[in-house]
Every structure is written in structure tokens, then in C-alpha cells.
Design a binder for this molecule. Structure first.
Ligand SMILES: Nc1ncnc2c1ncn2[C@@H]1O[C@H](COP(=O)(O)OP(=O)(O)O)[C@@H](O)[C@H]1O
Ligand SMILES: [Mg+2]
Length: 361
């Protein structure tokens, strides 16, 4: 993805209040042309509200929206002409697959031959060949969602807005539809803005992920960046399991930082600037290892094994430090020798894999 890609849509200080309730607070972000941007956050964090503002169905209480340098805040939804896919499929139940997909083209008064060509191509693209004459009720959930995608893309919108489109599907079908949507994004070059509360879906699909909580944008970045270097505890914990060790005496140490956990010095490649003397060390479970003796050149603490969970490819160890901090370590099952419950072991991790987060929430 081109880093210097132009912003397609820019939100500047967008706020939304419903009565006395602030659903969105001072939201500013760029949506880049052709990217797959995911809005990720817990239920009620303001994702749908922001998507509806982008679509033009909800007016912001504050701020403005720019598209390609033009103020579109007061442009009605029908003139923005973005494609939309919602949670429920919202297909027309009395129209066939091809009539559903043709609908946006009819509204736009395209010629019958253009409609036939585009609908045919779209049906091929989403793999619905042979189902053209069926009514939605005769289709599976996945097929219905394909019709919804085809209908949203058939008129060639520059932006496609998707609000939790796969939340009603079971796990396997969901994974298939995720691949499908990724492929459609790559093939069409359309800008996708996708809403989900599922962190793994966000990490798997996106060029960038924007993490929301309580109507605020907390962080935006590439999946690897927000996962490996979350800026706050909320983002760290929302994106996946993470171990947090409370530290004392945090200070700079050359180009990195150091702090104390129990009786051990913990070293970080990352600097301690802006973090303060009290901080927590954050380490993902997959970056930690278990050994009988402390390995050289790594951070290491002693822990007691409390139990294990077999997860197929991975096995998860549940451990506790001397002062009672819980630690989770996940290791590939195949690569593992066994560590028995109630045994003391060393938990270690490379200095580059741990990072500092501010103490407190
Ligand atoms: N039309 C509305 N009137 C009052 N409150 C609303 C309205 N729409 C959304 N909200 C509230 O705004 C908050 C954010 O909602 P929403 O954007 O739907 O969150 P999300 O999509 O992240 O689950 C919620 O607390 C919701 O109850
Ligand atoms: Mg929502």
C-alpha cells in the first residue's frame, strides 16, 4: 500500500451528541484512497455513528468532512453515492438475485445493456453464477451476503462502507467471507471502511485499523503496529491477550529503558521518555518462552506453573510470579517440552519484544 496515498475523505473534529450524550468526541482522521480501513471497538463505542456520518445519514454536531479537498458535510447521502453493506442483509425479498444487484443501476438510469453487462460481471465476481433467478429467501446466509456485496459495488462507488457485515455468520463462513471481501477490495481498488468489534477480523483484513472507545479514536495504524506497539492499555488489551508487569524505578538506559519487577531488572529497547517512573511492562504471550534455567541476553523472571490449556497448534501456560502477578505464555505445542504444574520455571523474552505502557488505566 502506498504510504503517500492521497486522503480520500478527511474527518476534522467530528463530534456527535444525542441529547446530553456524546457519542463521538473530536474525531479527526484521514481515509486514504484505496485503503481498507477498519473501525474497531467495543459495542457502543461510536463506530456505526461515524459510519452513518460518513454515509450522510447522520449529521455531525461538530466538525466537518472533506472529500478530495471539498467540504461534503452538508451533501445528502444520495449525492455522496457510497456503496453500503449492513449487518442485516437488507435485500429486497421480492426481487431475484439479479434484480437486487441491478437495483442501484436502475436508480441511476443506466442503459439496459450496461445493466446486463455489469450485473453479469458482478455475479461472476462474487461467485453467484447459477443463482441469478433465485429469491433471497432461497439463498444461504453467505450467498445473501454476497448479493449485498455485489449490489453495493455494482455501480462502481469510490467508497464502500460495511457495518459488521459478517456478524450473523458462523465461524467458517465468516472466514470465507473475509477472504472474499479482501479479494473484492484488491480487485476493485475501492476504498473500504469496515466496522467490526472483532479484533482478529480487523487485523486480518485491514490496511489500517482505527481503535475506538467511548466515542474517541484512541489509535490508528497498520495492524502490526497497533498490535505490537499499542499506545495505551486499552488498545493493548482490546487487540489480544497481553501480560502486564507493574514496574518500579523506570528510567532511561542508553537508547532504551530499564525498570524493576520484583527482584529483577527488566530491560527495554524502547526508550522510557514520556512514560514516567512508574509504568507497566507489556509482553504478548507468544513472545515469552519457558525454560528450566534463565537464558542469556533476555529478560527473565521466575514463575510457578499453575496450569495449561491445550489449544491445538498452541499450548497456553498459566503462571504466577512470586508476588502474585498472573502470566500467560503461549508456545507452539510441537516445539515444546512439558512443564509440570506447581514447578518453578523461568519466563523469558527478548528486550525488543517488551514495551512500556503508562501505569494506571
Ligand atoms: N439515534 C440515537 N439516539 C440516541 N443514542 C444513540 C443513537 N445512536 C447511537 N446512540 C448511542 O451512541 C453510542 C454509540 O452507538 P453506535 O455508534 O451505534 O456504537 P457501535 O456501533 O460502536 O456499537 C451508543 O451508546 C448508542 O446507544
Ligand atoms: Mg454498530
Amino acid at each position: 500500500m502506498d504510504e503517500a496515498r492521497a486522503a480520500e475523505i478527511t474527518a476534522e473534529g467530528i463530534g456527535k451528541t444525542f441529547g446530553a450524550f456524546r457519542a463521538l468526541k473530536d474525531l479527526s482522521l484521514d481515509i486514504r484512497r484505496g485503503e481498507f480501513l477498519t473501525l474497531l471497538g467495543p459495542s457502543g463505542s461510536g463506530k456505526t455513528t461515524f459510519l452513518m456520518i460518513l454515509a450522510g445519514f447522520v449529521d455531525p454536531s461538530e466538525g466537518r468532512l472533506m472529500m478530495n479537498g471539498k467540504d461534503i458535510t452538508n451533501i445528502p447521502a444520495e449525492d455522496r453515492s457510497y456503496g453500503m453493506v449492513f449487518q442485516g442483509y437488507a435485500l429486497f425479498p421480492h426481487l431475484t438475485v439479479e434484480q437486487n444487484i441491478a437495483f442501484p443501476l436502475k436508480v441511476r438510469r443506466r442503459t439496459p445493456s450496461d445493466i446486463k453487462r455489469r450485473v453479469g460481471a458482478m455475479i461472476e465476481r462474487v461467485g453467484l453464477g447459477g443463482h441469478e433467478k433465485k429469491l433471497p429467501a432461497k439463498l444461504s446466509g453467505g450467498q445473501q451476503q454476497r448479493v449485498a456485496l455485489a449490489r453495493a459495488l455494482v455501480f462502481g462507488p469510490s467508497v464502500l462502507l460495511l457495518d459488521e457485515p459478517f456478524s450473523a455468520l458462523d465461524k467458517n463462513l465468516r472466514a470465507m467471507m473475509q477472504e472474499e471481501v479482501k479479494r473484492l477490495h484488491q480487485e476493485t481498488g475501492t476504498t473500504f471502511v469496515f466496522v467490526t468489534h472483532d479484533q482478529s477480523e480487523a487485523l486480518a483484513l485491514s490496511s489500517r485499523v482505527a481503535i475506538f472507545n467511548h466515542g474517541e479514536l484512541l489509535q490508528i495504524g497498520k495492524p502490526q503496529d497497533v498490535y505490537e506497539r499499542p499506545a495505551s492499555r486499552f488498545v493493548a488489551e482490546f487487540l489480544g491477550e497481553i501480560n502486564l508487569l507493574p514496574l518500579e524505578h523506570v528510567s532511561r538506559n542508553g537508547s532504551g529503558a530499564t525498570g524493576r519487577f520484583e527482584d529483577r531488572a527488566i530491560i527495554f529497547d524502547q526508550t522510557a521518555e514520556k512514560i514516567g517512573h512508574e509504568a507497566v511492562a507489556a509482553i504478548r504471550p507468544e513472545h515469552m518462552h519457558l525454560t528450566e534455567t534463565p537464558p542469556a541476553g533476555c529478560n527473565a523472571i521466575t514463575c510457578c506453573v499453575e496450569g495449561t490449556t491445550y489449544l491445538g497448534a498452541l499450548t497456553k501456560y498459566h503462571l504466577k510470579t512470586k508476588t502474585g502477578t498472573q502470566i500467560a505464555v503461549s508456545m507452539p505445542t510441537a516445539a515444546m517440552s512439558s512443564f509440570h504444574p506447581q514447578k518453578d520455571v523461568w519466563v523469558s523474552w527478548p528486550t525488543r519484544e517488551g514495551f512500556l505502557l503508562p501505569a494506571g488505566k
